[in-house]
Ligand binder design. Structure first.
Ligand SMILES: NC(=O)c1ccc[n+]([C@@H]2O[C@H](COP(=O)([O-])OP(=O)(O)OC[C@H]3O[C@@H](n4cnc5c(N)ncnc54)[C@H](OP(=O)(O)O)[C@@H]3O)[C@@H](O)[C@H]2O)c1
Length: 339
Protein backbone atom coordinates (compact mmCIF):
# COMPACT_ATOMS: atom_id res chain seq x y z
CA UNK A 1 0.00 0.00 0.00
CA UNK A 2 1.07 3.64 -0.39
CA UNK A 3 -0.01 6.80 1.38
CA UNK A 4 -1.07 10.39 0.60
CA UNK A 5 1.29 12.57 2.66
CA UNK A 6 1.55 16.28 3.50
CA UNK A 7 4.71 17.74 5.04
CA UNK A 8 3.83 20.92 6.95
CA UNK A 9 6.67 23.29 7.85
CA UNK A 10 8.56 21.81 4.90
CA UNK A 11 10.99 24.76 4.68
CA UNK A 12 12.24 24.53 8.29
CA UNK A 13 15.17 22.67 9.84
CA UNK A 14 13.03 19.64 10.80
CA UNK A 15 10.81 19.76 7.69
CA UNK A 16 13.89 19.75 5.47
CA UNK A 17 15.10 16.52 7.12
CA UNK A 18 11.67 14.90 7.02
CA UNK A 19 11.87 15.08 3.22
CA UNK A 20 15.24 13.30 3.31
CA UNK A 21 14.26 10.71 5.93
CA UNK A 22 11.10 9.73 4.02
CA UNK A 23 13.31 8.89 1.04
CA UNK A 24 16.05 7.17 3.09
CA UNK A 25 13.46 4.93 4.78
CA UNK A 26 11.63 4.27 1.48
CA UNK A 27 8.34 5.42 3.00
CA UNK A 28 5.55 4.31 0.63
CA UNK A 29 4.38 7.67 -0.74
CA UNK A 30 1.43 7.74 -3.15
CA UNK A 31 1.16 11.54 -3.32
CA UNK A 32 3.02 14.21 -1.38
CA UNK A 33 2.63 17.95 -0.88
CA UNK A 34 4.71 20.50 0.97
CA UNK A 35 3.19 23.32 3.01
CA UNK A 36 4.68 26.28 4.90
CA UNK A 37 3.77 29.89 5.65
CA UNK A 38 2.56 32.42 3.06
CA UNK A 39 6.16 33.71 3.01
CA UNK A 40 7.41 30.46 1.43
CA UNK A 41 4.52 29.90 -1.00
CA UNK A 42 5.94 29.43 -4.50
CA UNK A 43 9.43 28.36 -3.32
CA UNK A 44 10.56 24.94 -4.51
CA UNK A 45 11.77 22.01 -2.43
CA UNK A 46 13.38 18.80 -3.62
CA UNK A 47 11.93 15.38 -2.84
CA UNK A 48 13.16 12.08 -4.30
CA UNK A 49 14.88 13.83 -7.19
CA UNK A 50 11.89 15.99 -8.16
CA UNK A 51 11.11 19.64 -7.44
CA UNK A 52 7.82 20.54 -5.73
CA UNK A 53 6.27 23.98 -5.23
CA UNK A 54 5.61 24.87 -1.59
CA UNK A 55 1.94 25.67 -0.91
CA UNK A 56 0.69 28.05 1.79
CA UNK A 57 -0.99 26.25 4.69
CA UNK A 58 -4.80 26.33 4.41
CA UNK A 59 -7.70 24.01 5.32
CA UNK A 60 -8.40 22.83 1.76
CA UNK A 61 -4.82 21.56 1.37
CA UNK A 62 -5.59 18.56 3.64
CA UNK A 63 -8.37 17.01 1.49
CA UNK A 64 -7.48 13.38 0.77
CA UNK A 65 -4.29 13.47 2.88
CA UNK A 66 -3.81 10.37 5.09
CA UNK A 67 -0.68 11.32 7.08
CA UNK A 68 0.48 14.85 7.92
CA UNK A 69 4.04 15.29 9.18
CA UNK A 70 3.93 18.70 10.85
CA UNK A 71 6.90 20.77 12.12
CA UNK A 72 5.68 24.30 12.72
CA UNK A 73 5.56 26.56 15.77
CA UNK A 74 3.03 25.32 18.37
CA UNK A 75 0.59 28.15 17.65
CA UNK A 76 0.32 27.05 14.00
CA UNK A 77 -0.15 23.39 15.00
CA UNK A 78 -2.86 24.35 17.52
CA UNK A 79 -4.81 25.96 14.67
CA UNK A 80 -4.17 23.59 11.76
CA UNK A 81 -3.63 20.08 13.22
CA UNK A 82 -7.30 19.75 14.28
CA UNK A 83 -8.33 20.95 10.82
CA UNK A 84 -6.16 18.29 9.17
CA UNK A 85 -7.47 15.63 11.58
CA UNK A 86 -11.07 16.66 10.84
CA UNK A 87 -10.32 16.22 7.13
CA UNK A 88 -9.43 12.58 7.93
CA UNK A 89 -5.64 12.67 8.28
CA UNK A 90 -3.52 11.43 11.17
CA UNK A 91 -1.20 14.28 12.13
CA UNK A 92 2.25 13.49 13.55
CA UNK A 93 3.21 16.76 15.17
CA UNK A 94 6.69 17.88 16.16
CA UNK A 95 5.66 20.94 18.16
CA UNK A 96 4.88 20.90 21.87
CA UNK A 97 1.21 21.80 21.28
CA UNK A 98 -0.31 18.34 21.88
CA UNK A 99 2.31 16.45 23.88
CA UNK A 100 0.60 16.58 27.26
CA UNK A 101 -2.95 16.28 25.89
CA UNK A 102 -4.30 13.04 27.43
CA UNK A 103 -6.08 12.25 24.13
CA UNK A 104 -2.85 12.46 22.08
CA UNK A 105 -0.29 9.66 22.37
CA UNK A 106 3.31 10.82 22.84
CA UNK A 107 5.27 8.21 20.95
CA UNK A 108 8.82 6.91 20.66
CA UNK A 109 8.33 3.72 18.60
CA UNK A 110 11.13 1.77 20.37
CA UNK A 111 9.56 2.55 23.76
CA UNK A 112 5.76 2.85 23.48
CA UNK A 113 4.74 2.24 19.86
CA UNK A 114 1.59 0.47 21.14
CA UNK A 115 0.20 3.89 22.05
CA UNK A 116 -0.39 4.42 18.31
CA UNK A 117 -3.49 2.26 18.74
CA UNK A 118 -5.00 4.98 20.98
CA UNK A 119 -5.25 8.03 18.72
CA UNK A 120 -8.44 9.75 19.86
CA UNK A 121 -8.06 13.17 18.22
CA UNK A 122 -6.28 12.24 14.99
CA UNK A 123 -3.05 13.69 16.41
CA UNK A 124 0.12 11.86 17.48
CA UNK A 125 2.63 14.02 19.37
CA UNK A 126 6.33 13.62 18.65
CA UNK A 127 8.23 14.20 21.90
CA UNK A 128 10.89 16.79 22.75
CA UNK A 129 14.37 16.20 21.32
CA UNK A 130 15.88 15.57 24.79
CA UNK A 131 13.09 13.27 25.97
CA UNK A 132 13.22 11.00 22.89
CA UNK A 133 16.84 9.76 23.21
CA UNK A 134 16.59 9.77 27.01
CA UNK A 135 13.67 7.33 26.85
CA UNK A 136 15.35 5.19 24.14
CA UNK A 137 18.29 4.77 26.54
CA UNK A 138 16.16 4.36 29.68
CA UNK A 139 13.75 1.73 28.32
CA UNK A 140 16.14 -1.28 28.39
CA UNK A 141 17.32 -0.23 31.87
CA UNK A 142 13.75 0.29 33.11
CA UNK A 143 12.98 -3.27 31.97
CA UNK A 144 15.91 -4.50 34.13
CA UNK A 145 15.41 -2.62 37.39
CA UNK A 146 12.49 -0.15 37.10
CA UNK A 147 13.65 3.45 37.06
CA UNK A 148 12.89 5.37 40.25
CA UNK A 149 14.53 8.74 39.57
CA UNK A 150 16.81 10.38 37.05
CA UNK A 151 19.00 13.47 37.24
CA UNK A 152 19.96 14.76 33.81
CA UNK A 153 22.13 17.64 32.57
CA UNK A 154 21.89 18.38 28.85
CA UNK A 155 24.38 19.80 26.34
CA UNK A 156 22.04 20.96 23.56
CA UNK A 157 23.07 22.09 20.09
CA UNK A 158 22.23 25.36 18.38
CA UNK A 159 19.99 23.65 15.79
CA UNK A 160 17.51 22.90 18.58
CA UNK A 161 16.36 26.47 17.91
CA UNK A 162 15.67 25.59 14.28
CA UNK A 163 17.04 27.18 11.13
CA UNK A 164 17.28 30.60 12.82
CA UNK A 165 19.39 29.15 15.65
CA UNK A 166 21.98 27.83 13.22
CA UNK A 167 22.07 31.11 11.26
CA UNK A 168 22.67 32.98 14.51
CA UNK A 169 25.37 30.55 15.70
CA UNK A 170 27.19 30.42 12.33
CA UNK A 171 27.40 34.23 12.19
CA UNK A 172 28.76 34.34 15.76
CA UNK A 173 31.36 31.61 15.15
CA UNK A 174 32.56 33.22 11.89
CA UNK A 175 33.13 36.57 13.62
CA UNK A 176 34.56 35.04 16.81
CA UNK A 177 36.98 32.81 14.85
CA UNK A 178 38.15 35.79 12.78
CA UNK A 179 38.73 37.90 15.90
CA UNK A 180 36.01 40.35 14.79
CA UNK A 181 33.24 41.79 17.01
CA UNK A 182 30.62 39.06 17.52
CA UNK A 183 27.14 40.13 16.30
CA UNK A 184 24.42 40.36 18.95
CA UNK A 185 22.48 37.08 19.30
CA UNK A 186 19.22 36.87 17.37
CA UNK A 187 17.79 33.38 18.05
CA UNK A 188 19.85 32.44 21.12
CA UNK A 189 19.46 34.36 24.37
CA UNK A 190 23.20 35.16 24.66
CA UNK A 191 26.39 34.73 22.63
CA UNK A 192 26.86 30.99 22.03
CA UNK A 193 30.27 31.10 20.31
CA UNK A 194 32.77 30.26 23.08
CA UNK A 195 30.00 30.11 25.67
CA UNK A 196 27.28 27.93 27.26
CA UNK A 197 23.76 29.17 28.05
CA UNK A 198 21.47 27.65 30.66
CA UNK A 199 18.69 30.16 30.09
CA UNK A 200 18.17 29.76 26.34
CA UNK A 201 14.49 28.97 27.01
CA UNK A 202 11.59 30.74 28.70
CA UNK A 203 11.72 30.59 32.49
CA UNK A 204 8.60 29.00 33.99
CA UNK A 205 7.13 30.07 37.36
CA UNK A 206 8.61 26.99 39.12
CA UNK A 207 12.15 28.23 38.42
CA UNK A 208 12.80 25.60 35.75
CA UNK A 209 12.83 26.49 32.06
CA UNK A 210 10.06 25.51 29.68
CA UNK A 211 12.51 22.98 28.15
CA UNK A 212 13.31 21.44 31.56
CA UNK A 213 9.61 21.10 32.39
CA UNK A 214 9.05 19.37 29.02
CA UNK A 215 11.78 16.84 29.89
CA UNK A 216 10.12 16.12 33.26
CA UNK A 217 6.56 15.75 31.99
CA UNK A 218 7.26 14.02 28.69
CA UNK A 219 9.67 11.44 30.14
CA UNK A 220 6.99 10.29 32.60
CA UNK A 221 4.33 10.11 29.87
CA UNK A 222 6.52 8.21 27.36
CA UNK A 223 7.77 5.75 30.01
CA UNK A 224 4.16 5.29 31.17
CA UNK A 225 5.11 5.83 34.81
CA UNK A 226 4.12 9.12 36.48
CA UNK A 227 6.05 8.13 39.64
CA UNK A 228 9.48 8.44 37.97
CA UNK A 229 11.32 11.43 39.46
CA UNK A 230 13.08 13.65 36.90
CA UNK A 231 15.44 16.51 37.76
CA UNK A 232 16.84 18.23 34.63
CA UNK A 233 19.21 21.12 33.91
CA UNK A 234 19.10 22.09 30.23
CA UNK A 235 22.08 23.88 28.71
CA UNK A 236 22.79 25.19 25.19
CA UNK A 237 26.36 24.53 24.06
CA UNK A 238 28.32 25.67 21.00
CA UNK A 239 27.61 22.58 18.89
CA UNK A 240 25.72 22.73 15.58
CA UNK A 241 23.77 19.46 15.68
CA UNK A 242 23.14 16.69 18.28
CA UNK A 243 22.19 16.94 21.92
CA UNK A 244 24.20 15.18 24.66
CA UNK A 245 22.89 14.20 28.09
CA UNK A 246 24.72 13.24 31.32
CA UNK A 247 22.24 10.98 33.12
CA UNK A 248 22.23 9.48 36.61
CA UNK A 249 19.55 6.79 36.92
CA UNK A 250 18.35 5.44 40.26
CA UNK A 251 16.50 2.11 40.20
CA UNK A 252 13.96 0.40 42.44
CA UNK A 253 15.96 -2.84 42.00
CA UNK A 254 19.74 -2.79 41.63
CA UNK A 255 21.14 -3.09 38.09
CA UNK A 256 24.78 -4.06 37.58
CA UNK A 257 27.03 -2.22 35.12
CA UNK A 258 27.51 -5.48 33.21
CA UNK A 259 23.77 -6.13 32.90
CA UNK A 260 23.11 -2.52 31.85
CA UNK A 261 25.81 -2.69 29.17
CA UNK A 262 24.48 -6.01 27.85
CA UNK A 263 20.92 -4.65 27.69
CA UNK A 264 21.99 -1.42 25.98
CA UNK A 265 24.11 -3.33 23.44
CA UNK A 266 21.00 -5.09 22.12
CA UNK A 267 18.42 -2.34 22.65
CA UNK A 268 16.52 -1.15 19.55
CA UNK A 269 17.71 2.22 18.26
CA UNK A 270 20.82 2.26 20.50
CA UNK A 271 24.46 2.21 19.45
CA UNK A 272 26.32 1.24 22.61
CA UNK A 273 29.96 2.36 22.79
CA UNK A 274 32.05 0.71 25.51
CA UNK A 275 35.03 2.97 26.20
CA UNK A 276 36.52 0.34 28.53
CA UNK A 277 37.04 -1.96 25.50
CA UNK A 278 38.32 0.35 22.76
CA UNK A 279 38.40 3.88 24.19
CA UNK A 280 35.55 5.02 21.91
CA UNK A 281 32.80 7.20 23.36
CA UNK A 282 29.69 8.94 21.97
CA UNK A 283 30.16 12.45 20.61
CA UNK A 284 27.85 14.89 18.80
CA UNK A 285 30.02 14.59 15.69
CA UNK A 286 29.28 10.82 15.61
CA UNK A 287 25.60 11.32 16.15
CA UNK A 288 25.07 14.07 13.56
CA UNK A 289 23.38 12.54 10.53
CA UNK A 290 22.57 9.26 12.33
CA UNK A 291 19.14 7.97 13.30
CA UNK A 292 20.55 6.17 16.35
CA UNK A 293 20.90 7.08 20.01
CA UNK A 294 24.51 6.66 21.12
CA UNK A 295 25.10 5.54 24.72
CA UNK A 296 28.38 5.12 26.62
CA UNK A 297 30.25 5.87 29.87
CA UNK A 298 28.06 3.45 31.84
CA UNK A 299 29.37 3.32 35.39
CA UNK A 300 28.28 2.72 38.97
CA UNK A 301 27.22 5.84 40.90
CA UNK A 302 29.79 5.84 43.76
CA UNK A 303 27.30 7.59 46.04
CA UNK A 304 24.34 5.23 45.51
CA UNK A 305 24.45 1.42 45.11
CA UNK A 306 21.12 1.53 43.24
CA UNK A 307 22.19 4.06 40.60
CA UNK A 308 24.16 4.11 37.36
CA UNK A 309 25.61 7.02 35.37
CA UNK A 310 25.60 7.19 31.57
CA UNK A 311 26.16 9.50 28.62
CA UNK A 312 23.61 9.75 25.80
CA UNK A 313 24.02 11.55 22.45
CA UNK A 314 21.56 11.84 19.57
CA UNK A 315 20.91 14.02 16.49
CA UNK A 316 18.17 16.39 17.68
CA UNK A 317 16.91 17.04 14.14
CA UNK A 318 16.80 13.32 13.23
CA UNK A 319 15.91 10.96 16.12
CA UNK A 320 14.89 14.01 18.18
CA UNK A 321 12.37 15.09 15.53
CA UNK A 322 12.28 14.05 11.83
CA UNK A 323 13.29 10.37 12.13
CA UNK A 324 11.04 9.69 15.11
CA UNK A 325 8.10 11.27 13.23
CA UNK A 326 8.76 9.20 10.10
CA UNK A 327 9.16 6.05 12.25
CA UNK A 328 5.71 6.80 13.73
CA UNK A 329 4.34 7.11 10.18
CA UNK A 330 5.97 3.77 9.25
CA UNK A 331 4.41 2.16 12.35
CA UNK A 332 0.96 3.52 11.43
CA UNK A 333 1.27 1.71 8.10
CA UNK A 334 2.91 -1.45 9.49
CA UNK A 335 0.24 -1.82 12.17
CA UNK A 336 -2.57 -1.27 9.61
CA UNK A 337 -3.78 1.89 11.41
CA UNK A 338 -3.45 3.85 8.16
CA UNK A 339 -4.71 1.76 5.25
N1 LIG B 1 14.98 21.95 15.89
C1 LIG B 1 14.84 20.89 16.66
O1 LIG B 1 15.83 20.26 17.13
C2 LIG B 1 13.47 20.40 17.03
C3 LIG B 1 13.37 19.14 17.67
C4 LIG B 1 12.11 18.68 18.06
C5 LIG B 1 11.01 19.45 17.80
N2 LIG B 1 11.12 20.67 17.20
C6 LIG B 1 9.89 21.42 16.97
O2 LIG B 1 9.56 21.30 15.57
C7 LIG B 1 8.94 22.50 15.12
C8 LIG B 1 9.75 23.04 13.94
O3 LIG B 1 11.08 23.28 14.38
P1 LIG B 1 12.24 23.74 13.38
O4 LIG B 1 13.45 23.64 14.19
O5 LIG B 1 12.14 23.01 12.08
O6 LIG B 1 11.83 25.28 13.14
P2 LIG B 1 12.15 26.23 11.90
O7 LIG B 1 13.43 25.86 11.26
O8 LIG B 1 11.97 27.60 12.43
O9 LIG B 1 10.95 25.92 10.85
C9 LIG B 1 9.60 26.26 11.11
C10 LIG B 1 8.71 25.82 9.95
O10 LIG B 1 7.36 26.20 10.28
C11 LIG B 1 6.84 27.00 9.22
N3 LIG B 1 5.92 28.03 9.70
C12 LIG B 1 6.20 29.05 10.55
N4 LIG B 1 5.10 29.83 10.71
C13 LIG B 1 4.13 29.28 9.95
C14 LIG B 1 2.79 29.62 9.69
N5 LIG B 1 2.20 30.69 10.23
N6 LIG B 1 2.08 28.83 8.83
C15 LIG B 1 2.66 27.74 8.25
N7 LIG B 1 3.93 27.38 8.45
C16 LIG B 1 4.65 28.13 9.29
C17 LIG B 1 8.05 27.65 8.60
O11 LIG B 1 7.71 28.08 7.30
P3 LIG B 1 8.38 29.42 6.66
O12 LIG B 1 9.76 29.01 6.24
O13 LIG B 1 7.47 29.69 5.51
O14 LIG B 1 8.36 30.46 7.73
C18 LIG B 1 9.06 26.51 8.63
O15 LIG B 1 8.80 25.63 7.55
C19 LIG B 1 8.90 23.45 16.33
O16 LIG B 1 7.66 23.35 16.97
C20 LIG B 1 10.01 22.91 17.21
O17 LIG B 1 9.81 23.22 18.57
C21 LIG B 1 12.33 21.14 16.78
Amino acid sequence: MSVNVAVVGATGAVGDLIRKVLVERAFPVKTIKFLASEKSAGKTVEFAGKLYTVEPIRAEAFAGVQIVLSSTPSSVSKEFSPIAAKAGAIVIDNSSAWRMDPDCPLVVPEVNGDQLHHIKKGIVANPNCVAIPLCVALKPLHDLGRVKRIVVATYQSSSGKGATGLTDFNAQVAAWGAGKPVPAPTAHKAQLAGNVITLDWTLDPNGFTEEENKVVNETKKIMGDPTIGVCPTCVRVPVKVAHSEAVTVEFHNPVSVADAKAALAKAPGVVFMDETKDGKFPQPLHAEGSDHTFVGRVRQDPSNPNALCLWVVSDNLRKGAATNAVQCAQELVRRGIVK
